[in-house]
Design a protein around this ligand. Structure first.
Ligand code: SAH
Length: 382
């Protein structure tokens, strides 16, 4: 892995990006939370309010280490200041509105209401060897992919770092407290595959990634390799991510190997082509040593042709061997969409052709489609 100097957070959205993807309506900002700040920032907030700075570390330990924001749990703090410190550093950011279970309780989708009433969803999935949380990074999404329910909503707003981190804390707690019927008691994986385009909310997403991997009390101490950032292919932001020195897994939502079809399925393709997105993905591998995932929703008679599997294999092999694998995803149904998943034999043929080209290929197990919690099904009213 190449380690490089980390650029300032603020240099996020390059000015070359289209207005479509960054036209975030201005509303009130979510209350500031310790997860929005680094260690020094947390201490500074407390000092400003007349408290000793070292208390920030204690409160952070409760939040990231013990997964609590309840003052009653903070027995190492003087009783008289527990509530006040909580009010300053740990404002309530997520209210659970609804919880739906599938797969006998091994998949749980939660609908959250944010401070301004905006709603987002996250999905927790327990497997025999891991527990994975799919987080939302935006309310809605500006990328407008026609086969994705979130894409049909448009973008409401970006989430703050702490609004994303708090989804993780609540899931980690649920795992610890045995609320999942399958999987370990420790949340092991986080995927940015819920609502939103993570790289269009770069600053909050990289802030979250830092909190995920930093050991307590700074963060949760997860392994970077167990964190996946999925993107439609915002090339400058992929390059920026490759310079962060945090080797998270990158997933590229390709869905077609040719520009003509990809432009229809992933409209941002008019800005960065298949070739440009794949080149950026390859650069990401070079910089981090992490094998890139190519996501490919298999849509009946749309993108599931044998020749497209061959072309995909060619495009990937052109850029070298061993740097990539493909995750075909059977299309999940979305309201109002005329498209359906490929027939099983067509899916099998697609996989066979990719493997014959030497490309490691695994069909994604889609969880939670009966609770509209699977890939591309997250959408909420309001
Ligand atoms: N905006 C990001 C992350 C969110 S979606 C991205 O596009 O990568 C996570 C994955 O689910 C993406 O690959 C997305 O294209 C895919 N997806 C969207 N709608 C889907 C659907 N109806 N069926 C299957 N996968 C879908």
């Amino acid at each position: 892995m190449t380690r490089q100097v980390r650029p300032a957070d603020d240099a996020a959205a390059p000015s070359t990006l289209p207005t479509l993807s960054f036209a975030v309506p201005r509303r009130g900002k979510p209350p500031q939370h310790l997860a929005d700040l680094d260690d020094a920032g947390r201490a500074a907030v407390l000092t400003e309010m007349g408290h000793p700075g070292f208390r920030a570390k204690q409160v952070s330990m409760h939040y990231f280490g013990h997964l609590t924001r309840d003052p009653a749990d903070m027995t190492d703090l003087p009783a008289a200041v527990r509530q006040e410190l909580t009010d300053i550093l740990l404002p309530d950011l997520l209210t659970e509105v609804k919880r739906l279970e599938a797969d006998g309780g091994a998949t749980v989708k939660t609908l959250w209401s944010l401070f301004d009433g905006v709603k987002v969803e996250s999905v927790l999935m327990g497997y025999s060897d891991r527990a994975t949380l799919c987080v939302s990074s935006q309310a809605g999404c500006g990328m407008a992919c026609p086969f994705c329910a979130t894409g049909q909503m448009g973008l409401t707003r970006n989430l703050s770092t702490a609004e994303i981190v708090e989804q993780v804390r609540r899931a980690a707690r649920a795992c610890r407290d045995g609320e999942l019927t399958r999987g370990p008691s420790r949340l092991s994986n986080v995927v940015f595959m819920g609502m939103g385009e993570p790289l269009a909310n770069y600053k909050a997403v990289i802030g979250t990634v830092r909190r995920l991997v930093a050991p307590p009390p700074s963060g949760f101490g997860m392994s970077a390799r167990n964190v996946t950032v999925s993107t439609v292919g915002l090339v400058p932001a992929i390059d920026k991510l490759s310079r962060e020195g945090i080797p998270v897994t990158l997933a590229l939502s390709l869905h077609a190997p040719d520009d003509e079809l990809r432009t229809e399925l992933v409209p941002i393709n008019t800005r960065w082509t298949v070739g440009e997105a794949l080149d950026a993905a390859r650069r990401y591998f070079d910089a981090t040593g992490r094998r890139v995932s190519i996501e490919y929703a298999l849509i009946k008679d749309m993108n599931d042709h044998g020749w497209r599997a061959d072309l995909l294999g060619e495009e990937l092999n052109k850029r070298g061997r061993g740097w990539v694998h493909v995750n075909p995803i059977p299309l999940n149904p979305t309201p109002g969409s005329i498209w359906t998943a490929s027939d099983p034999d067509v899916e099998a043929e697609f996989v066979t052709r990719l493997r014959a080209a030497g490309i490691p290929t695994t069909v994604r197990d889609t969880r939670g489609s009966d609770i509209d919690g699977a890939c591309g099904q997250l959408a909420v009213q309001g």
